[in-house]
Each structure stands twice: as C-alpha cells, then as structure tokens.
Design a binder for this molecule. Structure first.
Ligand code: SF4
Ligand code: FE
Length: 481
C-alpha cells in the first residue's frame, strides 16, 4: 500500500535544498524551530490517513492503479469525492488550526488532469499520458506536491512580454530535444519546502505572442537552479524563544516560500503545457476553482477551533452565560457554517469533465471564496471581542513563569474557581496568534489572497452570472416582449 507513515514522510524530505532565511543559508531545515511546526502540520495529514476512524475521508481508491492512496493525491471520480475533499479539509483545519499546505498540488493535479486531456484532443499531443505517468508516481510514493502559480508580475499595467525584466513572469528561455530551460520566480508558495515535487502553472491567461509564458511542468523542489527564501510572518521569532506558550499554536503552522527559478532544466516527460495559449486561462480557472472550493473546508476547520477558543475563554472569564456572549458565539457559528455550506454546495453541484474526472461548480466555488475573504475577519473580530484586551497586553511567558513576578501575575490572572491561570494564558495567546500573530497568515491573509484576491472571484462571478436569463425571468412575469 502506498501510504507513507508520518515518520517516513519526515525522512523523505530530509534532502539538500538551497534555502535562505534571515539572509543566511539554512542547513537541515527540518530542525529549524521556525520551520518545524509547518512540518508537524503535514505529518498530521500522513498520520490521520493511517487511522481507521479517518480512512474514509483521508484515503481513496486510485482510478489509475486501484491502490488505496492518500486523498490528497486522488483525482476526483464522483460528486461524493468532491464532498469528501471539503470534509477532509475541515477535519484537518480542526486538527491543526492552520494551513496544512497539501491542497495546492491536489487542486493542480485535478485541474491538469482534464486540461491535458483536452489539449491532446485538440492538438494530438501526449500531455495527458505524461501527466498520468507523473501522477501515478505521486500516488504510489504518497508524495506531497506543491502547485505554483503566482508570478511576481512586475509592472501590473503591462503584459508579460512588455515588462522591462522579462523574468517578471516565469517563462521558457531555452529549448532542445531533451526539454526546456525556465527562468522566473513564484511567490506565496505554500508548503513548497515541505513538498517533494511542484507543478508549475501560468499565472494568467496567455495571449498570442506570449507563448513562452504558457508553460506547465513538474519539478523536484530541490532541482538544480531552484533557490528558496523562507517568508517572514508576524511574530515568527517567538518560535526561537525558550518557552513555547507565547507562540500560541505551538504545535502547528503554515509555510510560505519565495521560489526563484534560475535557468532550471525541465525534462520533456515532465512538461504538461508548452505554448498552448488557449488552454492557459482554462488551467488557471480550473485550478483556482478547485482551490476556492478548498477554502470552504480548510478555513471552516480553523474557524471551528477559533470559535472553540472564544467559547472557552468566555467560560474561563465567567461570561459564557451572558446572552450577548452567547449571541456572538452563535454569529460566529452562523458565519462559519455559511462558508461550509458554500464548500459543500459547489461540490454537490459538481460535474464530470470529458477526461472522466469530476469538477466543482465554478460559480458557487467563487461565491464560496468571496465569502471567505470576509467572514473569517468577522469571526476573528468577534473572537477578539470575547477574549478581551489581554490578548495584546499579556506579559511574556518568562514573566509568567518567573519565580519573582510569576506568582503575582498568576494571582491577578486567576478568574473562576478551578480554572488555572496557565490555561487561560494559553487560550489568550492562541487567539492572539490566530488573529494577529503567525497563524493570522493562515486564517486572515490567506483567506483574503489565497486562491486569488477578492476581485478575481468577482470577475469569475460576473462571467458565470447569466444576467440575460435573469432579465428573461422578470420579462416573463411582467409580460414584457
Ligand atoms: Fe489547503 Fe487551505 Fe492551506 Fe490552501 S490555504 S493549502 S486550501 S489549508
Ligand atoms: Fe492557501
């Protein structure tokens, strides 16, 4: 059976990579205190797939090999698969309270599966076979794959081929019988360092004359010519302090990488698009659609934990029975479940592509993500409201644990009978972390910009909304010819 254990996963990513953080090369990144929580998060995915209770959600049967595989490597074969995907993402959000990083490659694989098929139908190419072979390896070895889309984009008023630096969008700079050489950078790369492989995609719909930018391929994340720079996150150096409570979520975390491709060679059998400009926009849209569906699961799971933290801190403060506190908790649940409803709805109305795989409903997936750009902010605002000002005035863990001043802090942080001040400290720090610390990247900024900034969903909503049909509805009721 191809499922890796968490320990096997950890061993498998211990490889040399060209990684920088704080201006210095990082060796053995898996031991770095800032990086470790992000690896723990991915290990949780591998762990849950081993547990009988979660197998239904965490695993699937490969239609390519018949083997039991991790669902993150599955190509959806039914509407039920689409729904289980969102349920699995909610579960993982609940278990880790952060971005678990493995969905990007999952969504890329599902988008490329149908796009490569359709390219072959039109051009007689063999991208689909290549992609399937590549993906069978991913399934059989239970590999984590990143999906890389966002270019640095230079001057945004200009097209890729009008930039003063043509590398502002990743492009092909050389080609021979064996493959291609590419140059450029991909930013906001969730989990790139923790992934074995990455699949690179164009960032926008490519036009005639820009063929060198219509490129998609698979690459090992430590291939020659790839340099990684670890993204800073708010309060990240708290992970390097001696205690752990000030971190908030001290077990798990996300990871964002700035990835530079400096003349990277890609062998032919790993190329999945090369110059087919008409399909570049489709690949972007399908990937984005799948990832917008994903947010109706992952952010909901994280929201569940934040709502739990808000309810718990209310209990610790002795305010949980107050009607306005209960009402705020109800509002948080209502917002969170609305997001989940969108994730489930776009999955339930999924459809089958010509290639045989299933895809979510595009309009509802975009509505889902548009709501995700808003509701977590309101849920976070309410959590801050319930937690009180202490989430940003609390003394440090060192003071809290100091022999001299600690007992006094504990005395004044004590609330209800039987509630330890240390538990209250932990929950307050967790809420701080999720709403304004490192984890706010996973819960807030990703909700805003991940899978595309709000305007990108509005563009898709306007394309999918059939206003003429709606005008016909009113005309029919009012007898207007
Ligand atoms: Fe998965 Fe959500 Fe992270 Fe995207 S933001 S990789 S959907 S957990
Ligand atoms: Fe994301």
């Amino acid at each position: 059976m191809p499922l890796k254990t968490p320990e096997e996963y950890l061993e498998s990513i211990k490889r040399p990579v060209n990684l920088y953080m704080f201006g210095e090369r990082v060796e053995e990144f898996w031991n770095h205190p800032i990086i470790k929580p992000s690896i723990n998060t991915v290990m949780k995915i591998y762990e849950l797939a081993q547990i009988d209770e979660y197998k239904d959600l965490m695993t699937a049967t490969s239609h390519l090999t018949g083997e039991t595989i991790n669902r993150f490597t599955h190509i959806h074969q039914s509407i039920d698969d689409l729904i289980r995907k969102v349920q699995m993402q909610r579960l993982l959000g609940q278990k880790t309270a952060c971005c678990f990083q493995r969905c990007v490659g999952f969504d890329t694989g599902n988008a490329l599966y149908s796009v490569t098929y359709e390219m072959d139908e039109k051009y007689g190419t063999d991208y689909h076979k290549r992609f399937k072979n590549y993906w069978i390896e991913v399934q059989n070895q239970d590999l984590m794959v990143d999906g890389a889309m966002t270019d640095t984009k230079g001057d945004r008023s200009k097209r890729p081929n009008q930039q003063s630096d043509l590398d502002a969008y990743l492009h092909i700079v050389e080609e021979n019988d064996d493959g291609i050489v590419v140059r450029g950078a991909k930013v906001h790369q969730t989990g790139f360092l923790n992934s074995h492989r990455a699949i690179i995609m164009p960032t926008l719909s490519i036009r005639p004359g820009e063929e060198e930018y219509a490129v998609s391929f698979g690459i090992d994340t430590n291939a020659k010519g790839i340099t990684l720079v670890y993204g800073r996150q708010s309060c990240d150096t708290r992970k390097m302090e001696k205690g752990k409570l000030d971190i908030g979520n001290f077990k798990y975390g996300g990871q964002e990488i700035f990835v530079i491709f400096d003349n990277v060679f890609v062998p032919k059998d790993q190329i999945f698009m090369k110059g087919e400009i008409e399909f570049s926009g489709e690949l972007v849209n399908r990937f984005a659609g799948f990832h917008r569906q994903s947010y109706g699961g992952c952010k909901v799971g994280v929201g569940d934990v934040l709502i739990g933290a808000a309810a718990l801190i209310s209990e610790y403060n002795g305010t949980e029975k107050a009607s306005h506190i209960r009402d705020k908790l109800v509002e948080m649940v209502h917002l969170n479940e609305t997001l989940y409803s969108c994730g489930i709805a776009c999955s339930s109305l999924g459809f089958q592509r010509e290639a045989g795989n299933y895809e979510m409903d595009m309009l509802l997936a975009n509505v889902c993500k548009q709501n995700v750009t808003r509701f977590p902010y309101e849920i976070g605002r309410l959590a801050e409201d319930l937690a009180g000002g202490l989430i940003c005035t609390l003394p440090s863990e060192s003071d809290f644990k100091s022999e001299e001043i600690g007992p006094l802090i504990s005395k004044y942080l004590s609330t209800c009978e039987g509630i330890g001040p240390d538990d209250r400290y932990k929950v307050l720090r967790f809420i701080e972390n999720l709403t304004m610390g490192v984890a706010s990247v996973s819960y807030r900024t990703e909700s805003m910009h991940g899978a595309g900034s709000p305007m990108t969903q509005r563009i898709m909503i306007s394309r999918q909304a059939d206003l003429q049909e709606k005008k016909n509805l009113i005309k029919e009721i009012l007898d207007i010819e």
